[in-house]
Write a protein that binds this ligand. Structure first.
Ligand code: NAP
Length: 253
């Protein structure tokens, strides 16, 4: 399905990362991929995972440092010559902003969360688009806390709302180049980042009980949806937020 396609994956921290599940689904269908990591402490993890895939590339990239973003795309251009898809699967907010009341969010926490979790999609789309000479697909990860209040999700919910709006604006801008931009709204999954949200355990329990499918979603299910979105099977879909949450979002109570 993705033979001869080249991707770049932002957000693999370890084997539980949603980004890694997306990469595995893409690799199983023939894609070649570059992987970025943030900070030396993740380098070994990412190198080990990426090393299990053929013709992969591992590049440092911290989205708060524009030079590293530019260098990452330069490295992709040098190795593969072009790009077909991007998986943007990164988010961050200071821990203290992910507990207590939203009203106490500091200016600094707000700025950091919005910069890393929302602005980075625009930053990456701008850098990726010149390499997408045959069209392309950009996929980001969002969460239901963008549209409804989820206790403790706080400023990350505001960042995800900006991310979903950015998805639509980017889709409108880049559609003329046959570049599609979509978001996956994943149900809660126990990953490294998720553990930073207070009461994640009870959130998983609640969603697993209330969702129509009576369980939580898996990374692999999100990965398979990302595969669909980066493949030509979804060629008519752009600017959308697609729920992969065992149906939780359709419930009233
Ligand atoms: P994860 O494995 O911890 O992945 C998050 C990634 O973001 C990490 O690789 C992290 O690197 C990276 N990151 C943070 N700050 C960065 C920066 N400045 N520059 C570059 N990368 C940076 O957790 P995940 O759950 O798979 O999260 C992936 C995405 O899915 C996030 O956007 C998250 O909000 C979204 N999502 C998650 C869930 C869930 O329940 N897990 C549900 C819906 C949506 P570091 O570890 O170095 O910070």
């Amino acid at each position: 399905m993705l033979e001869n396609k080249v991707g770049i994956i932002f957000g693999v921290a370890n084997k539980r990362s949603i980004a890694w599940a997306c990469a595995q689904a893409a690799a199983a269908n023939g894609a070649k991929m570059a992987f970025t990591y943030q900070g030396e402490r993740l380098k070994e993890n990412v190198e080990e995972l990426a090393g299990t895939l053929e013709d992969s590339l591992v590049i440092p990239c911290d989205v708060t440092d524009q030079a590293t973003v530019d260098a990452a795309f330069d490295a992709v251009a040098a190795k593969y010559g072009r790009l077909d898809f991007v998986i943007h699967s990164i988010a961050f907010a200071p821990k203290e902003a992910l507990e207590g009341e939203f009203v106490t969010t500091t200016r600094e926490a707000f700025r950091t969360a919005l910069e890393i979790s929302a602005f980075s999609l625009t930053q990456v789309a701008l850098a990726a688009s010149p390499l997408m000479t045959e069209g392309g697909s950009i996929v980001t990860m969002t969460y239901y806390g963008a549209e409804k209040v989820v206790p403790s999700y706080n400023v990350m919910g505001v960042a995800k709302a900006a991310l979903e709006a950015s998805t639509r604006y980017l889709a409108a801008d880049l559609g003329k180049n046959n570049i599609r931009v979509n978001a996956i709204s994943a149900g809660p999954i126990n990953t490294l980042s998720a553990r930073g949200v207070k009461n994640m355990g009870s959130l998983l329990g609640h969603v697993g009980e209330k969702a129509p499918l009576k369980r939580n979603v898996t990374q692999a299910e999100v990965g398979n949806t990302a595969l669909f979105l980066v493949s030509d099977l979804s060629s008519g879909i752009t600017g959308e937020t697609i729920y992969v949450d065992c149906g939780y979002n359709i419930m009233g109570i």
